[in-house]
Every structure is written in structure tokens, then in C-alpha cells.
Design a protein around this ligand. Structure first.
Ligand SMILES: C[S@@+](CC[C@H](N)C(=O)[O-])C[C@H]1O[C@@H](n2cnc3c(N)ncnc32)[C@H](O)[C@@H]1O
Length: 225
């Protein structure tokens, strides 16, 4: 089983220091919510975010939405050969169940994440679709029990998608780690848990493109074409 971890993901509820900011309260009220219930989103909270530490890497749930849709649409996931997790900025892990169909609509995805982060789980028909747990990245790696943790970053050792997939397929329970942030590199905490880090292109690519290509190569090796 391969585990995909979308790491240092720019997905979090509005942090306490910004909850009284006018732009934050207004955008929450327009959705009938309190400002502690909504996701931090740069498209609505840009002005408020300027005072946040690491603001350029935060408040992009859309990146996580794209990445999750991409991963969950693969035959690998449909055939229960891929487990999908997110590790959020600020230290929470999200575990996605098997055969979960995520909303295509961004607004519905945001609503689902807000529900998950408030209630700790999303259950449907007695099945746990999503679960969120407070844990650091090392705790997540331990819980997965990965035999090898492979990160992708432009600052890694030059390689290619095919070679990385071969490496992953040679392990019983590998984890593939892709950043869920718009710019910059993995946090020191995440980087310290990676056994190997590869660069797969000299250009910076979007996380969903990297995920689609890496999973395609891995799938070809373990399931065939
Ligand atoms: C938008 S990028 C983050 C920005 C960063 N400048 C970068 O290029 O790694 C999101 C994620 O995609 C992956 N990624 C993007 N370009 C890559 C590359 N050329 N090689 C390996 N991974 C890459 C990394 O996991 C990265 O954290």
C-alpha cells in the first residue's frame, strides 16, 4: 500500500489572532458562520494575513482541494492501493477513508473541511469518510508505519518520476510526501522525517501536477497500464 501525504498543507481554520479582523468577520458572517469556524483563505483574508508568520505559505485550501481530487480520481485509489493523508500547517493530520468521493465544488469542499475540523470526523452511512487528529508530522509517519518516506521537492536530488515510482514500488509500505503550499520548501519538522528527497523537474511544478504524474508512474508499475 502506498500512502500519499500532502504535507505542510495551506489548510487551517482562521488562527485566533485574526478572528476579530473586519475582513475575516465579514466573510464569515456572509456565510452565516463565526470567524473561528471558517477556513483561512487568502482570496478573502489577504489584508488580515499580512501580519501572520509564514503568511505566503498559508491560506490556500484550493491547492489542497486540487491535490486531493487528483489523487482520489486515480485507479490506484479506486482499487484501495492508495491511502491519502494531509498534514496541515499548524499540526493536524487528516486521514481520508477508502472510496471517498470529494465534492468538485470548491465551496462545498470548504464546507466539508470546516465540518471536519470542528467535529473531528465526517461519517456517512456508518462509514468514516474523513478524520482529523492533532498530531505532528512524525506522529503521522509513525501511525502510517511507512517502511520508507520519500519527499518530492525542487531542492532534492535530481531524478525523474519513473525512477521515483520504481523506488516506491520496491517497498512494501512506502509514503510519498508532496508539499501542499504555494511556495517555499518543507518545514524543518517535515524535512527531518524524510528518508530521501528527489527533484523530478528543473522547473517548479504545481502539487497536483506532481501528484498526478508520480501516481501514474507508480500505478503503471504496480497495476500495469
Ligand atoms: C507549488 S510546489 C511548492 C513550491 C516550491 N517552490 C517547489 O518547487 O518545491 C508544491 C509541491 O510540489 C512538489 N514539487 C514542485 N515542483 C517540484 C519539482 N521540480 N521536483 C519535485 N517536487 C516538486 C513539491 O513537493 C512541492 O512542495
Amino acid at each position: 500500500l502506498l500512502t500519499l501525504i500532502i504535507a505542510d498543507a495551506a489548510l487551517e481554520t482562521v488562527p485566533e489572532s485574526l478572528r476579530d479582523h473586519t475582513a475575516v468577520r465579514r466573510s464569515a458572517a456572509s456565510r452565516g458562520k463565526r470567524s473561528d469556524e471558517v477556513l483561512l483563505d487568502r482570496s478573502y483574508h489577504h489584508a488580515a494575513m499580512l501580519r501572520l508568520k509564514d503568511h505566503s505559505r498559508r491560506g490556500r485550501p484550493d491547492l489542497v482541494h486540487f491535490a486531493l481530487l487528483e489523487a482520489a480520481a486515480t485507479p490506484l485509489y479506486s482499487e484501495d492501493r492508495l491511502r491519502i493523508c494531509v498534514h496541515m500547517f499548524g499540526g493536524k493530520a487528516i486521514f481520508m477513508g477508502e472510496q471517498v468521493r470529494l465534492p468538485r465544488s470548491y465551496l462545498r469542499f470548504v464546507g466539508l473541511m470546516e465540518q471536519l475540523l470542528q467535529e473531528g470526523k465526517v461519517v456517512s452511512g456508518g462509514r468514516r469518510l474523513l478524520e482529523s487528529v492533532d498530531m505532528d508530522f512524525g506522529g503521522l509517519v509513525d501511525r502510517i508505519g511507512a517502511s520508507s518516506v520519500v519527499g518530492l521537492s525542487r531542492s532534492g536530488r535530481p531524478s525523474g518520476f519513473e525512477a521515483v515510482a520504481e523506488d516506491l514500488a520496491s517497498e512494501e509500505d512506502a509514503a510519498l510526501v508532496v508539499g501542499g503550499f504555494p511556495r517555499g520548501h518543507f518545514t524543518a519538522e517535515t524535512a527531518s522525517c524524510l528518508d530521501q528527497v528527489f527533484s523530478v523537474n528543473r522547473r517548479p511544478l504545481e502539487a497536483h501536477v506532481v501528484i498526478a504524474r508520480a501516481l501514474y508512474e507508480y500505478e503503471t508499475q504496480v497495476l500495469g497500464k
